[in-house]
Design a protein around this ligand. Structure first.
Ligand SMILES: O=C(O)CC1=CCC(=O)O1
Length: 253
């Protein structure tokens, strides 16, 4: 499926993959630092999100990973660096296992390869198909950010809440179904791409134990935990997050 994307800058390609309930705008803090450091940023809307198509679900992680392979084909890019947060990180873990020749390096951030909570994810899918996105959007900000950050950035928090509220319900629900029951653990040891794993100390949605499990299983992976970061640490700790990603990308150039 052809997903909506935007590019910026010149150089080695870095693909940025969003979390569930967001879209490519979530990478706003990273675009300038990455392009300033000589990378070509390709950020895209995961299917069912932003301006990408919303086919009827359920979706699988192979659907989401296949969209990235098709995107690289469309752009004529043989292999790219890949940075994914949460659902985007799950997509990256699938790519590292199933399309290793297309992936130069991986940054798997605020993510998991076995998120668990199957009933919660299938329940959320059912809820948004029945009621729409408003309630999920109201709850997402409390999962994505610490209370201190929300209090200090009310306008930005509202902007990000709206990002979730305007996500198509069918797209969100179908991605919940891709997460429910996901288990990519068995293939981690076969990942050959240089891998950075980042978790957030305050991430109650996917706590650091999930990142640690990935880093322990992927050969040579580096694991970092960001303090004062809930689930959307690329925003809450944007400078530290970007610094770690840039260090990783430069080390794998
Ligand atoms: O928004 C959430 O509930 C947190 C989350 C878990 C997986 C993901 O992509 O977001």
């Amino acid at each position: 499926m052809k997903v909506h994307y935007e590019t910026a800058g010149d150089g080695d390609v870095v693909v940025l993959s969003n979390s569930i309930g967001s879209n490519l705008r979530m990478w706003e803090p990273q675009v300038k630092p990455l392009t300033d450091n000589g990378f070509r940023v390709v950020r895209y809307d995961t299917r069912g999100h932003g301006q990408s198509p919303v086919p009827p679900g359920p979706y699988s992680i192979a659907d989401l990973g296949g969209d990235v392979v098709e995107l690289l084909d469309t752009l004529g890019v043989e292999a790219a660096h890949f940075v994914g947060l949460s659902l985007g990180g799950m997509t990256g873990a699938w790519l590292g296992q199933h399309a290793p020749e297309r992936i130069r390096s991986l940054a798997l951030t605020f993510t998991s390869v076995k998120p668990g909570n199957v009933d919660m994810w299938t329940g959320r899918a059912k809820q948004v198909r029945a009621e729409g996105m408003d309630q999920i959007a109201a709850g997402s900000i409390g999962r994505w950010f610490t209370p201190d950050w929300i209090a200090a950035h009310p306008e930005l928090a509202e902007e990000l809440r709206q990002m979730t509220a305007t996500t198509p319900a069918e797209g969100y629900a179908s991605c919940c179904e891709a997460i429910a029951g996901l288990d990519l653990t068995a293939g981690l040891a076969a990942i050959t791409a240089p891998t950075l794993v980042i978790s957030g100390a305050d991430d109650a949605a996917l706590p650091p134990s999930h990142g640690q499990a990935i880093a322990e299983a992927v050969p040579g992976a580096r694991f970092e935990v960001l303090g004062h970061a809930a689930h959307l640490g690329s925003y809450e700790q944007a400078d530290k997050f970007t610094e770690l990603v840039l260090e990783h990308l430069k080390g794998t150039r």
